[in-house]
Design a protein around this ligand. Structure first.
Ligand code: MN
Length: 246
């Protein structure tokens, strides 16, 4: 991999599919400060540290939930993705009847790696000084108004999709390159209902582990809190990079 430039990495990742396209970023995220531990790499994926301290998003996101969510849940997906990659290699080496395991292990890879990619984006989707509207003259601000009608309409769309996810999943703002526009998608679990090629710009985790300690069954209260701390800088930066991938 070291023979490839970062530009080539992004380009080849875009061909694989948008849900994974920005996963290439994860290995470059280690310089971020803040809370969280970084487990030693035991495969291609590592747990990135949080870009802020555990208590920095209070009162919207409580420290205990943030710590458990990052250190236990997100860490579990990193471990699961690395395990799936190792298992796939073992199956290829063994051959024979072992190849029957490809379907199940590929499914494990999709679940865990999509979980890793979305959590990495979820942490970056929030900031202590976030919220409000994106700058009206920013690329993100202009495209949100063009494609949703207004920033309020976008927020309502994201909140409704998040509230309507059945069971565990996500609401995700994406840039869809074929139509050259933004959309809000849902993800069931982590990996289902995605669209190949669509590039995630903002991710809202609505699994119960994201909010239950503080908000119990009031998912919509948690979603309202998330809207108060959206990191628009992340959305705008990722949109700029998505546009450069073409
Ligand atoms: Mn989660």
């Amino acid at each position: 991999m070291t023979n490839f430039s970062r530009r080539e990495l992004l380009g080849s990742a875009a061909l694989v599919g948008g849900w994974l396209a920005f996963g290439q970023d994860i290995g470059f995220a280690q310089q971020a400060g803040g809370g969280g531990t970084t487990a030693p790499a035991d495969g291609p994926y590592t747990l990135p540290p949080l870009p802020y301290g555990y208590a920095d998003l209070e009162p919207h996101i409580d420290a205990q939930t943030l710590k458990l969510h990052h250190d236990v849940h997100h860490a579990g997906y990193v471990k699961g993705a690395n395990a799936a990659v190792a298992e796939l290699e073992a199956i290829r080496r063994a051959g024979g009847d072992q190849v029957k395991q490809f379907r199940a292990v590929t499914g494990n890879l999709a679940f865990n790696l999509a979980g890793h990619v979305l959590h990495d984006l979820f942490w970056k989707s929030m900031a202590r000084d976030g919220g409000g509207d994106p700058p009206a003259d920013s690329a993100a601000g202009r495209m949100l108004v063009r494609d949703f009608g207004s920033i309020d309409a976008f927020r309502a769309n994201l909140a409704a999709v998040g509230a309507q996810v059945q069971g565990s999943g996500w609401a995700v703002l994406v840039y869809e390159p074929l139509a050259e526009r933004m959309m809000v998608l849902q993800a069931e679990k982590h990996e289902n209902c995605g669209v190949w090629g669509a590039i995630p710009l903002l991710a809202l985790d609505v699994w119960e582990h994201a909010y239950y300690l503080k908000y119990q069954n009031k998912r919509t209260d948690f979603i309202s809190a998330f809207l108060q701390i959206i990191n628009w800088k992340t959305v705008d930066e990722r949109l700029h990079r998505a546009l450069q991938l073409k």
